[in-house]
Design a protein around this ligand. Sequence first.
Ligand SMILES: Nc1ncnc2c1ncn2[C@@H]1O[C@H](COP(=O)(O)OP(=O)(O)OP(=O)(O)O)[C@@H](O)[C@H]1O
Length: 210
Amino acid sequence: MLPTRFTPNILVTGTPGCGKTSTCELLQRHLKNSQYYNISDFAQEKKCYDGYDEARKSHIVDEDKLLDELEPLLREGGAIIDWHVNDVFPERLIDLVVVLRCDNSILYDRLSQRKYHEAKIQENLDAEIMGVVSQDAFDSYAQEIVVELQSDSTGDLEQNVDRVVAWTESWLKQHPKGVTNELEGGSEEEDEEDDEDGEAQISENASESE
Ligand SMILES: Nc1ncnc2c1ncn2[C@@H]1O[C@H](COP(=O)(O)OP(=O)(O)OP(=O)(O)O)[C@@H](O)[C@H]1O
């Protein structure tokens, strides 16, 4: 059981089509020693399924099994997690939650290009308008570790990655001794560095945190 993680775990979430995979793949190229987990692929690879949803034409993920597989990896730190569901990961093992947002007409075009049927497109557009994923993130994690970033253009994509890279560098400086991997129920003590510095805040512009 690893007691400490020395690099942060970053969850990238958002409505399907918002750009999670594009962002995570670019981020992984910029962050040394990071591991990218696309949870849809991970669940398939580890067979973390609990049936098949005919209406949605997709497997139902067994979240308990998923966490059994993922938690030891999160304890190592440096995870970049990509999933539209965000409220299943243990808060004690997540250091930053990035919620990608997308303009609805742009999202419509992206989902149409995937040949999604109209009802599925509409369901996702409604979810994006209502901010469903964002609300889940703010309900599930401390407000100060959740950040919403717009992902409409390639310029946004690059800027978002720069900001998360800058945030990570700042986190590493603030936690030279790493962060204690709390046990379920939070029975282990917080790392001293945490108490002194609090959470690393993501800045409006990447350069601000340097
Ligand atoms: N910021 C962006 N600017 C321009 N195009 C983008 C941007 N982000 C994503 N795209 C494009 O939108 C499409 C969907 O992106 P991507 O697969 O990264 O989304 P996703 O959120 O991971 O979707 P899913 O949840 O279904 O896996 C891709 O064709 C990608 O190239």
